[in-house]
Design a protein around this ligand. Structure first.
Ligand code: AMP
Length: 224
């Protein structure tokens, strides 16, 4: 099973990508994660990518395209993959489509997570991290994930820990706006890439305004 997943930053690509990757037993290949791994290991690729990522810009296609194509050739991808975060512009979409045709690889599903720009931004800026467990969902703008408030202080909704934290890049409004600018650009950006695929394959659209449970159920109905 080969799945391509699109969605603006804040739409839950990571969350729903993991859900589908578990369901079908395929690796979730996330471009952002590959870059972040390289940055934390201090590799030459990481050093170069960091200069772009810190500004909310795309890492150049000359680096990103070969990196992803070779990642999909690795052993764990032999039975399929879920690709998240690539392609992010039209050039990457064309290069990717051409590579798939050349290798005679079929894409089973293209999933587009739908979320408007304002809501996506609020979701990013509203994220709060539990100091005990990063997987405890807390978000001051998402009704289903509101932290507990007592005497003006916030506590983790799952374990009650005090001292909820924010991730620095979640609060960088300029970088968020830049990333969303690239995503919602229908001329050359990520939506141009989605439209390019729409001309070639069926793209499944899933509204991500409802909660995680409902979106997961909808995904399972459509992707099988
Ligand atoms: P993400 O975690 O998917 O939001 O990605 C974090 C950052 O990595 C992005 O803001 C870009 O700077 C970079 N990045 C991720 N995917 C790509 C891509 N397909 N092409 C170029 N840069 C990317």
């Amino acid at each position: 099973m080969n799945i391509l997943m699109f969605g603006p930053n804040g739409s839950g690509k990571g969350t729903f990508g993991a859900v589908l990757s578990d369901r079908f037993g395929i690796p979730q290949v996330e471009t952002g994660v590959i870059f972040r791994d390289n940055i934390s290991k201090g590799t030459p690729l990481g050093k170069e990518a960091k200069t772009y990522i810190d500004k909310g810009e795309l890492v150049p296609d000359g680096i990103t395209i070969p990196m992803i194509l070779s990642r999909l050739m690795e052993k764990d991808c032999a039975k399929g993959w879920l690709l998240d975060g690539f392609p992010r512009n039209k050039t990457q979409a064309v290069a990717f489509w051409d590579a798939l045709q050349k290798e005679k690889i079929k894409m089973d599903y293209v999933v587009e997570l739908i979320l408007d720009r304002d809501t996506a931004k609020k979701r990013i800026m509203g994220r709060r991290l539990c100091p005990k467990d990063n997987n405890h969902p807390n978000n001051i703008y998402v009704k289903a994930n509101l932290p507990v408030e007592k005497d003006g202080k916030l506590y983790c909704r799952v374990c009650g820990s005090p001292g909820l934290l924010t991730r620095a890049d979640d609060q960088d409004e300029a970088a968020i706006d830049k990333r969303h600018g690239i995503y919602f650009d229908t001329n050359t950006g990520t939506l141009a890439s989605v439209n390019y695929f729409k001309e070639r394959v069926k793209v499944i659209q899933v509204d991500t305004v409802p909660g995680v449970k409902e979106v997961t159920e909808n995904l399972f109905k459509l992707v099988k």
